[in-house]
Write a protein that binds this ligand. Structure first.
Ligand SMILES: CCCCCCC[C@@H](O)CC(=O)SCCNC(=O)CCNC(=O)[C@H](O)C(C)(C)COP(=O)(O)OP(=O)(O)OC[C@H]1O[C@@H](n2cnc3c(N)ncnc32)[C@H](O)[C@@H]1OP(=O)(O)O
Length: 285
C-alpha cells in the first residue's frame, strides 16, 4: 500500500443531514421493533417521540470506502473492522445536521503474515451550534497489507475481561437478512451482501457488519443499564474478535465494575464463539 499517500491524505469536513427516516432505518437495521406489542422499543422506530442511539455516531459523517480506491494500494476485499470506540460529549438529535472531521491517525504493522491495523479518528459537531457531540475512534484490520510500514498513533490495547461468571446476560437474535437492512445506513461494502465477494474474503457467506453487532450490543446496554435513555450511555469500546453470520443470536455477557462502569463480551450463541471481546462501556442510570 502507499503509506505516504495514506499519511498525507486530507479529507474535507463532511456535513451530513439526516431525517427521522434515517434514524429509524438505523434502528431497524439493529433489529429494533421485532415485537409490535413491546412499546419500550417504539421510541427508536416511531417518529412520535423519536430517540437517536448514541452508536449512530459511529456511522454519521463517515467519508465512505475510500480504501477501495486503487491509488492507496490496499487489498480492500481483505479489510475487516477490528475495533470501535465512541465517547459522547452531547446527545445526537433524532434528526439534524452534523459535521464530521475525519483523519487516519496511524497504521500499525503486525507483520507480513498477519496484516496491519489502520486507526481512524472522527470528531462530530452539531453543524449549526458547533457543539462537540462525539469523539469516535475505529480500527480496520488490513489482512492483506502486512509488512509494509507504520506511522502515527495506535489505539491503546484493551485489557482482557475478568475471569468470572457474568453479572447479567442478554440475548438478541438477528435475522438472515439483517446485513441487507443494516447496509442501508451507509456501509455498502459488498462483503455483507455478495456471496462471491464474501468467498474472496475467505467466508462461506456474507458476514454481518461489525457496526451492526456493535449497535446490537448498544441496544442491550441501553435496555439493561440505561433505562433505554440514549443520553445515559456515555462511552463504549468493542473489539471485533470473530465474524458474525446473519441469523445468529448475539449473547451479551456483562461484568459490572461499579460506578457506571461495565466490561462485556458478545458470543455468537449457535457457534459458541466470542465475536466481541475486551469491551467496555460507561453509563449513568
Ligand atoms: C476506509 C473506510 C473503510 C470502511 C470499511 C468498512 C468495513 C466494514 O464493512 C467491514 C466489516 O464490518 S467486517 C465485520 C466485522 N469485523 C469482523 O468480523 C472481524 C472479526 N475479527 C477477526 O476475524 C480477527 O480478529 C482478525 C482476523 C481481524 C484477527 O485475528 P487473528 O488473525 O486471530 O489475530 P492474531 O493473529 O491473534 O493477532 C494479531 C495481532 O493483532 C491483534 N488483534 C487481533 N484481533 C484484533 C482486533 N479485532 N482488533 C485489534 N487488534 C487485533 C492481536 O492482539 C495481535 O497483536 P500483537 O501481535 O501485538 O499481539
Amino acid at each position: 500500500m502507499d503509506i505516504e499517500r495514506i499519511r498525507t491524505m486530507s479529507i474535507e469536513p463532511i456535513v451530513q443531514t439526516y431525517t427521522f427516516r434515517d434514524t429509524i432505518l438505523y434502528a431497524l437495521g439493529l433489529g429494533y421493533g421485532a415485537d409490535p406489542l413491546d412499546t419500550s422499543e417504539l421510541p427508536f422506530v416511531y417518529e412520535g417521540d423519536l430517540k437517536c442511539l448514541p452508536s449512530y455516531a459511529n456511522v454519521l459523517c463517515h467519508p465512505g470506502f475510500w480504501a477501495q480506491k486503487p491509488e492507496f494500494g490496499i487489498d480492500w476485499v481483505k479489510i475487516l473492522h477490528a475495533e470501535q470506540d465512541f465517547h459522547m460529549h452531547g446527545t445526537l438529535p433524532p434528526q439534524g445536521s452534523i459535521r464530521g472531521e475525519y483523519k487516519v491517525a496511524g497504521i500499525e504493522d503486525k507483520g507480513p503474515e498477519r496484516g496491519a491495523l489502520l486507526h481512524q479518528l472522527k470528531e462530530l459537531y452539531d453543524a449549526e451550534s458547533n457543539e462537540h457531540l462525539a469523539t469516535v475512534r475505529s480500527t480496520l484490520f488490513l489482512r492483506g497489507n502486512g509488512g509494509e510500514g507504520s506511522f502515527g498513533d495506535a489505539m491503546p490495547a484493551a485489557d482482557k475481561l475478568p475471569e468470572r461468571e457474568p453479572d447479567k446476560v442478554v440475548e438478541i437474535p438477528t435475522l438472515p437478512r439483517q446485513a441487507l437492512i443494516y447496509r442501508l445506513s451507509g456501509d455498502y461494502n459488498p462483503l455483507h451482501a455478495d456471496p462471491a465477494v464474501a468467498r474472496k474474503a475467505g467466508f462461506e457467506m456474507p458476514i454481518l457488519h461489525g457496526l451492526c453487532t456493535n449497535g446490537i450490543a448498544t441496544r442491550a446496554i441501553l435496555k439493561t443499564y440505561c433505562g433505554d435513555e440514549p443520553a445515559n450511555l456515555t462511552s463504549m469500546f468493542v473489539r471485533f474478535s470473530r465474524p458474525v453470520m446473519p441469523g445468529e443470536t448475539i449473547r451479551c455477557e456483562f461484568f459490572e465494575e461499579g460506578a457506571g462502569s461495565l466490561r462485556f463480551r458478545a458470543i455468537a450463541k449457535e457457534r459458541d464463539t466470542v465475536v466481541l471481546d475486551r469491551c467496555s462501556a460507561r453509563y449513568s442510570d
